[in-house]
Design a binder for this molecule. Structure first.
Ligand SMILES: [Zn+2]
Length: 195
C-alpha cells in the first residue's frame, strides 16, 4: 500500500492532477485499488468521456463513443485516430473510461506525506506532461543548452532530471505571471483620465 500511496502523493504534488484514469492504474492489482478505495484515498467517479489515444505516438485525447457489438450484444467503445501511419478506427473496452478522484486531504493525513520526494530522471513524455508542452523536441533544445539537466545519455536512453524540469516550469510560470501583471499595468494606465 505504501508504494501506491507514495505514488498518489508524488502525482498530486508534481503534477497537481487529482484524477486518475483506468489506463494509469491498469497494471495495479485489483485488491490494491480496492484497498485504496476502502481507506478513502481514491474514489471512483463518473466515467470519463474519452481516453488518451494509445494507437499512435501522439498522446491525444479522444472522445469514446459507446456502441453495441451486434454479434455479442456487448457494449464497446470506439474512436477514430487520424494518424497517417497507425491511425484508423479503434475499439476499446469500456472499463478504460473508469476514473478515480484522489482525496488530497486523506493523503495529507498519511504518514508518507511529509517524506521528501527523491529526485529522479524522467522521460521526455513525462516532462512534456509536467510542463504542458505540445512539442517534445523543445526539451531536446533545452537539454542541449543545459537549461534542463539530462542524464548524459543519447536517444531513447536520454532522460531529464525531474527537479530541473520542475524548476524550469516554475520559472516559466513566474515569467508568465510577470508578463500578465505588466499587461494589466499597461491596461490600467491606458484608462483615460476623466478629469
Ligand atoms: Zn492517435
Amino acid at each position: 500500500m505504501k508504494e501506491r500511496i507514495e505514488y498518489l502523493i508524488k502525482r498530486i504534488r508534481l503534477r497537481g492532477m487529482d484524477k486518475i484514469t483506468y489506463d494509469e492504474i491498469a497494471t495495479w492489482p485489483l485488491e490494491q485499488v480496492k484497498e485504496l478505495e476502502k481507506h478513502g484515498y481514491i474514489r471512483q467517479i463518473e466515467d470519463a468521456d474519452g481516453i488518451t489515444c494509445g494507437q499512435c505516438d501522439e498522446p491525444c485525447y479522444k472522445t469514446v463513443e459507446v456502441r453495441k457489438n451486434l454479434k455479442t450484444g456487448e457494449l464497446i467503445g470506439t474512436f477514430f485516430c487520424e494518424d497517417e501511419e497507425y491511425g484508423g478506427p479503434v475499439t476499446v473496452e469500456l472499463k478504460r473510461l473508469h476514473l478515480w478522484e484522489i482525496n488530497i486531504d486523506k493523503l495529507k493525513e498519511s504518514p508518507y506525506w511529509q517524506e521528501k520526494i527523491e529526485d529522479q530522471y524522467i522521460s521526455f513524455n513525462e516532462a512534456k506532461r509536467i510542463v504542458g508542452f505540445e512539442d517534445k523536441s523543445y526539451f531536446t533544445r533545452l537539454a542541449n543548452k543545459d537549461i534542463i539537466k539530462d542524464n548524459g545519455k543519447k536517444g531513447q536512453e536520454r532522460k531529464l532530471l525531474l527537479s530541473s524540469v520542475l524548476l524550469y516550469k516554475n520559472q516559466r510560470e513566474n515569467e508568465e505571471r510577470i508578463k500578465r501583471a505588466d499587461e494589466l499595468h499597461e491596461e490600467e494606465n491606458a484608462i483615460p483620465d476623466r478629469h
